[in-house]
Design a protein around this ligand. Structure first.
Ligand SMILES: CC(C)(COP(=O)(O)OP(=O)(O)OC[C@H]1O[C@@H](n2cnc3c(N)ncnc32)[C@H](O)[C@@H]1OP(=O)(O)O)[C@@H](O)C(=O)NCCC(=O)NCCS
Length: 157
C-alpha cells in the first residue's frame, strides 16, 4: 500500500475528526475515570483551535485519496526555571491510524515524516505522552525509537 504523508488541508478536518473520535473512544474505554464519553461539539470544534494555532501543525497520511492516519505536532518552548534548563521541542499531541489501516506501516510513515520535519526545523527532541493502558501504542512508539524518560503514577482510592 502506497502512503503519502503531508500537511493537512482545511477541508480535511472533518475526516480527521473521524480519526480523533477513534482515539477518544479508546481513551474513554481505557480510562473512564478521566476521559469524557462521546465525541461532543466542543471536542469536535477543538480541531479548529489546533488548525488556527501557528504553533501547531496537522500531518496526514493518505492512501488512494483516503486519509488513513494523522498526527498533531506542537512546538513547545519552556523557558529556563530554577529547576530546569530552557526546553524547545516538538510534542506529538494527537496520533491515530484508522483501525482499518493498522499494522500496514502507516504510523511508521507518519513518524518518519515528523522526524524529518523536526530535523529540518532544527529541533533536537520530539516528545509525546501516552496512557499506560494503551500497550499497543507503547509497542508502536518503542518500535519507532521513542524511549520512556518520565512517568506519571497514581493510587486510586
Ligand atoms: C498505535 C498506532 C498509531 C499504530 O499505528 P500502525 O499504523 O498500526 O503502526 P505500524 O503499522 O507503523 O506499526 C509498526 C510497528 O509497531 C509495532 N506495533 C504497532 N501497533 C502495535 C500493536 N497494536 N501491538 C503491538 N505492536 C504494535 C509493531 O512492531 C509494528 O510492526 P509490525 O506490524 O511489522 O509488527 C495505531 O494502533 C492507532 O492509531 N491506535 C489507536 C490510537 C492510539 O492509540 N494513538 C496513540 C495514542 S494517542
Amino acid at each position: 500500500m502506497e502512503v503519502k504523508v503531508r500537511f493537512a488541508k482545511e477541508d480535511e478536518l472533518e475526516r480527521i475528526n473521524e480519526l480523533r473520535k477513534q482515539v477518544n473512544d479508546l481513551h474513554v474505554a481505557g480510562k473512564p475515570d478521566v476521559f469524557k464519553p462521546g465525541f461532543g461539539e466542543e471536542l469536535r470544534n477543538f480541531i479548529h483551535v489546533i488548525w488556527n494555532d501557528p504553533e501547531q501543525e496537522i500531518v496526514v497520511a493518505v492512501s488512494e485519496d483516503v486519509i488513513c492516519g494523522f498526527a498533531v505536532i506542537h512546538h513547545i518552548f519552556k523557558p529556563e526555571n530554577p529547576f530546569m534548563k530552557e526546553r524547545d521541542f516538538l510534542d506529538i499531541d494527537e496520533f491515530c491510524v484508522d483501525e482499518k489501516y493498522r499494522r500496514t506501516g502507516v504510523a511508521t510513515s507518519l513518524t518518519t515524516f515528523i522526524k524529518e520535519y523536526a530535523k529540518e526545523k532544527g529541533f533536537h527532541r520530539i516528545e509525546l505522552n501516552m496512557w499506560e493502558f494503551n500497550q499497543g501504542a507503547l509497542a508502536f512508539y518503542e518500535s519507532a525509537g521513542f524511549e520512556t524518560y518520565r512517568r506519571y503514577m497514581e493510587i486510586l482510592l
